[in-house]
Every structure is written in C-alpha cells, then in structure tokens.
Design a binder for this molecule. Structure first.
Ligand code: NAP
Ligand code: MG
Length: 403
C-alpha cells in the first residue's frame, strides 16, 4: 500500500518522561508505516526548554498559529524537585499555559468511552465535553486578611480619574477576609466563540451556566456576553446544524448533567471547570482515557492527552522494568490532529486513517486486550493485561486489517 501523503505540516510538540517514550512508539508502530508524516518538530522536553530558555515553547506556539493544527505530548511543569533533577536555570512556566495564552484558547476535555467500562453514572452513554474558561476569577485574585475594626471597599478609578466606591463589609465585630476578582469582556468573548465554534465542529449542543441570580453584575456579564455573541454570530449556523445553545443556573446545570445521557459541550467558568472536569473524568472511569483539545477563537487546534507524563511509570521503565502505560489518549491526540489536518487540506485518506486508528484502538480494548489501569476497572470477562508496547502492536494488528 502506498503511504498517505500530507500537504501541510502538522506542528509536533514532543514532551517528557513516559509519554515521550510512548510518543516515539506511536509514531514508529502506528503512524509511519502508513503515512508519509509531514511535521514541523518542536522538542518541548524539559531539557530543550531549559537549553533554549523556553524559546522553543514560544516558537511552537507561533508555528501553531501559522499552520493551524498541532499535536502535543505531555510535558513536565517544573516544581522544586525538578530543579536539581534537570539542573534547571529557572523554574520554567507550564508550556500549556504559555501556548494557551499565545492562542487565547479554550481547553475542551472529552472522555473516550469503551465497552466494559461503565461510567459511575450509568445513564452517561455519550461523552460530556467540558470547556473550561482559561482566564481570571479566583485564579488571578487579590486577597487580604483584615483585622477587626476594618472598613473594606471596592474602589474603581476610571481613565478620567472618576472614582466609584462600594462598601464590601464593615468588620466592626470580627476580623475577616476579603477577595478581589476580575475578568475581561474580551476574554469571555473569546471563550464563547471557541465554545460555539467547537460545537459546530462536533455538531453538539452547548450548555453554559453561572450564578447570575446572585452575582448580578459579575456572573451576569458572562451570561450576557455569551447570549449576545450567540444571537449575532452563531444562531443561524446552529439552526442549520440542528444544535442548540442552552443557558441555565449552575446548580440547575449540575442536576441536569447528572440526569443526562451526555453528548454535549458543557462550558464552565474557570473554577467550575476545574472542579467539574475532575468529577466528570472520574465518573467516566480513567484519566488515561481523557483527551484534551485547545481551540482558539479563530479556529486553531492543539490536540493532547489530558494526563501528565506518568512519571512513576517512567522511573520503572528507566530501571528496565516492564510498564503497562495507557497510550489511548495520546493516540487520540494524534488521530484528532491528523483528522483536522485532513479536513482542512481535503485529504480523505488522512481523515479515513484517523477514523480507523480510533476504531482499532477501541476495538483492541473491547476485544479484552488492555493496559493495567483499564484491566483493573474493566468488567469484560476475557480480559488480558499487556505491556505498553504490546498494546500498540495489538492495535496495529487491527489497524492493518482495516486499512
Ligand atoms: P500523571 O502523569 O497524569 O499521572 C498520575 C497517575 O495517574 C500516574 O502515576 C498513574 O497512576 C495514572 N496515570 C496517568 N496517566 C496514565 C496513563 N496514560 N496510563 C496509566 N496510568 C496513568 O500526573 P502527575 O504524576 O501528577 O504528573 C507527572 C508530570 O506530568 C508532572 O511533572 C506534571 O507537571 C506533568 N503534567 C503535565 C500535563 C500536560 O502536559 N498536559 C498535565 C498534567 C501533569 P499509577 O501510578 O497509580 O499507575
Ligand atoms: Mg482540578
């Protein structure tokens, strides 16, 4: 069979530890035999980031803006322990944070469902995609502990020097705590557009929720910005695609989500997304089966796994011990990026390859062949635990038969 040809390069961002090992094997075993892979390669491994003073991360984000589609391996976000381990010049920032800021993007996380793993909420027969706003609120807060007797105020000085004040609280009878939050209309607007664009891509409804009844200015602005952008830019396209935008209160949303069958995008403010994405990931079974896509308001896409570099498995691998690390989310990052590249460049073969790669991966697990994490939770009767590399070879057997 002739190899599938690509026209535009895919931006390839390599990473760290166990996922870096898996990255190389996915390419060798599942991609390169079938595709004449055309990528612009950026090594975002911590060694290279340190060597280039993190310029490589910025370059990879610029390349993503240029070409429109990237695929990223998990990377180490340095902490104190990594300073001596990698002999770092500084504690470099999270590459994901840098790339997200450069693209003004929103992260969408979607679980991959397979037979044999029942979600804790059995009615969830379709995936719930969580979209998490990436800016502001409590993550960029200013807070104070104040002594008893303090009078606290919110003060705004506009560009002409006019001052507006509101009392927060008069702490006459007790010491206390206060917190200042902010968000920006342009960031909320980008978030809304990324959600609506991705919904059109997936042909799924968007749900959005805040606490606008209590927070009549702050949360209400989120509600208003979403509604204005939807009405003026997306309503017709949604009608045509047969999908809906649905707004409700956050507590009502939670109740409806639990009763739902899934199959929609749930847009969350930053804190809600932080909490709800962990709940949803756990309920669907495994972090190793969660994909993540960064989408910019202009429709630039970066695909990755939601999990990290699986450090504990990597140290076992370095000692020469056998590992059984789940590569599914990383495989789906590649299939997602290749499919998007194929759609943009009108390469039907590439789109079909991406579909087959995903089918072969799911088929392997549903045939009972899986890595240790899945083996522990799968209810299939004839299940077999395989190691990291065997799992990829098993997928390849099925992929080869499909192509
Ligand atoms: P992690 O790499 O996601 O792993 C945490 C644990 O979850 C693992 O020890 C493993 O449990 C299980 N797990 C996660 N992915 C798995 C997979 N594919 N197959 C099987 N088991 C899997 O999180 P972490 O250990 O907290 O972080 C490690 C490094 O990753 C850190 O340096 C962090 O900065 C980085 N990180 C990067 C990203 C990213 O690039 N997007 C995201 C998160 C974390 P068992 O050990 O019990 O088998
Ligand atoms: Mg969280």
């Amino acid at each position: 069979m002739a190899k599938i040809q690509m026209t535009t390069p895919l931006v390839e961002m390599d990473g760290d530890e166990m996922t870096r090992i898996i990255w190389k094997w996915i390419k060798e075993i599942l991609l390169e035999p079938y595709i004449d892979l055309k990528t612009e390669y950026y090594d975002l491994g911590l060694v290279k980031r340190n060597e280039t003073d993190d310029q490589i991360t910025i370059d990879s984000a610029e390349a993503t803006k240029k070409y429109g589609v990237a695929v990223k391996c998990a990377t180490i976000t340095p902490n104190a322990a990594r300073m001596p381990e990698y002999n770092l010049k500084q504690m470099w920032k999270s590459p994901n944070g840098t790339i997200r800021a450069a693209l003004d993007g929103t992260v969408f996380r979607t679980p991959i469902l397979v037979k044999g793993i029942t979600p804790y909420i059995p009615t969830w027969t379709k995936p719930i995609t969580i979209a998490r706003h990436a800016y502001g609120d409590v993550y960029k807060n200013v807070e104070m502990k104040v002594p008893q007797g303090s009078k606290t105020e919110l003060v705004c000085t506009d560009k002409d020097g006019n001052v507006t004040k509101e009392t927060i609280y008069d702490f006459a009878d007790s010491a206390g705590i206060i917190q200042g939050l902010h968000n920006k209309e342009n960031s909320i607007a980008s978030f809304a557009r990324a959600c609506f664009n991705y919904a059109l891509d997936l042909k799924q409804d968007v749900w959005f929720a805040t606490k606008d009844t209590i927070s009549k200015k702050y949360d209400h602005t989120f509600k208003d910005v979403f509604q204005e952008i939807f009405d003026s830019e997306y309503k017709d396209k949604f009608d045509e695609a047969g999908i809906e935008y649905f707004y409700t209160l956050i507590d009502d949303a939670v109740a409806r989500v639990i009763r739902s069958e899934g199959g929609y995008i749930w847009a969350c403010k930053k804190y809600d997304g932080d909490v709800m994405s962990d709940m949803v990931a756990t309920a669907y079974g495994s972090l190793a089966m969660m994909t993540s896509v960064l989408v910019s308001p202009e429709g630039i896409y970066e695909y990755e796994a939601a999990h990290g570099t699986v450090q504990r498995h990597y140290y076992k691998y370095l000692k020469g011990e056998e590992t059984s690390t789940n590569s599914v989310a990383t495989i789906f990052a590649w299939s997602g990026a290749l499919r998007k590249r194929g759609e943009l460049d009108k390469l039907d073969d590439l789109v079909r390859f991406a579909d087959c790669l995903e089918k072969a991966t799911i088929q392997t697990i549903e045939d009972g062949v899986m890595t240790g994490d899945m083996y522990l939770i799968s209810k299939l009767e004839n299940k077999k635990k395989v190691n990291t590399e065997e799992f990829l070879r098993e997928i390849n057997t099925r992929l080869a038969a499909m192509l």
